[in-house]
Design a protein around this ligand. Structure first.
Ligand SMILES: [Zn+2]
Length: 86
C-alpha cells in the first residue's frame, strides 16, 4: 500500500504523467481513499501550473521538491494530531 509520504515523493511525476502504469494506479487508489492527498495533489497541480506559466514551460524542480517536503510535514503533523483525538 502506498503511503502519503511515498505519494508526495512521486506526486510531481504523477502530475506530469511520467509514472509507470502500476505506480499511477497505486496513486489513484490512494487518492480515492485519502482526502489529504487529494488536496495535496490539487494544490501541487495548481502550483505546478502557475510555475509553468511563469517560467516558459520549465517546472522549477527544486521548488517543487520544497513544496513536497512542506506538504508532507504538514500532513504528518495533522495526522499525528488526529490520532491523539480519535
Ligand atoms: Zn494520503
Amino acid at each position: 500500500m502506498l503511503m502519503c509520504r511515498d505519494l508526495a515523493v512521486i506526486a510531481s511525476d504523477y502530475i506530469d504523467g511520467e509514472l509507470a502504469t502500476r505506480q499511477t494506479l497505486s496513486v489513484k487508489m490512494h487518492l480515492m481513499m485519502c482526502r489529504d492527498c487529494r488536496t495535496f495533489i490539487g494544490n501541487l497541480r495548481a502550483s505546478t501550473g502557475l510555475m509553468r506559466a511563469h517560467s516558459s514551460g520549465r517546472p522549477n524542480e527544486e521548488l517543487l521538491r520544497k513544496i513536497n517536503e512542506r506538504v508532507v510535514e504538514a500532513l504528518e503533523e495533522r495526522k499525528s494530531g488526529k490520532d491523539n483525538n480519535e
